[in-house]
Design a protein around this ligand. Structure first.
Ligand code: DC
Length: 230
């Protein structure tokens, strides 16, 4: 039997990390973990429980609360991947709102929150056989991941893709708002002090601005076959 590996997929916002990760997980029969959804769920919790904006007092309260906030991934066989539950409730839809998107990068700068998330991510992945996407997966969470991918695409292409997703979901948001949100998050994610978004030096960079989802998938499947016999 071939040994299971860890695949770390990092990159800028809306570069198609989760689409690629889900398909690779399905192809290999691995677990898919969307680490961004964990930061989003914590942000959603903070928003709905009036912790935001953080200040010294409520941040200290939040640090005491954090260990009791339950995050789980539950496999949805209809979808073929896991969905995130916050304190027992499926929050997949709620965490994708533009309000959560506007706050999540600042929540993700808080070191005690990152430490807690990284511990959970390592716990989930103890048996390997995991495809995890995020911003610090190849650099911080799994510096020894067997395969690291870093996705990129132009901001305009990414905003167009994200905007059409919103339109499909009947969410009324301007293209310019989506573009601004992406650019702000890219800046926040790249410049934060703790675990900034960086290209790990052993990561394979893929610019998918002009690639289809399928072309990218075939490209990575070939790497899996050539390098890992998977
Ligand atoms: O992948 P996403 O866009 O759903 O992630 C939401 C935010 O969470 C992103 O702007 C930065 C943060 N994040 C992070 O800091 N580290 C991760 N591993 C994943 C996401």
């Amino acid at each position: 039997m071939t040994d299971k590996i860890i695949i770390a997929i990092d990159g800028f916002a809306s570069t198609g990390k989760s689409t690629l990760a889900k398909r690779l997980a399905k192809h290999l029969n691995y677990i898919y973990v969307d680490s961004g959804s964990m930061y989003r769920a914590i942000t959603y919790y903070a928003l709905t429980n009036n912790y935001l904006p953080f200040n010294d007092t409520n941040l200290s309260d939040f640090s005491k609360k954090l260990p009791s906030i339950k995050l789980n991934f539950v496999f949805n066989s209809n979808l073929g991947y896991s969905e995130i539950f916050l304190n027992g409730n499926n929050v997949e839809k709620e965490i994708r709102s533009i309000e959560v998107s506007n706050h999540v990068s600042s929540v993700a700068t808080v070191s005690f929150i990152r430490k807690h998330m990284v511990n959970l991510q390592k716990e989930i992945s103890l048996n390997k056989g995991v495809v995890m996407d995020g911003r610090d997966i190849g650099s911080v969470v799994f510096p020894n991941a067997e395969l690291k991918l870093f996705l990129n695409a132009s901001a305009e292409v990414r905003a167009k893709r994200r905007h059409s997703e919103y339109i499909k979901q009947n969410v009324n948001v301007d293209y310019s708002e989506v573009l601004n949100n992406l650019k702000t998050r890219d800046l926040d994610d790249s410049n934060r002090h703790d675990s900034p978004l960086i290209v790990a030096n052993d990561a394979i960079e893929i610019d998918n601005s002009f690639m289809t989802i399928n072309e990218q998938l075939i490209f990575v499947k070939n790497i899996l076959k050539d390098k890992f016999n998977l």
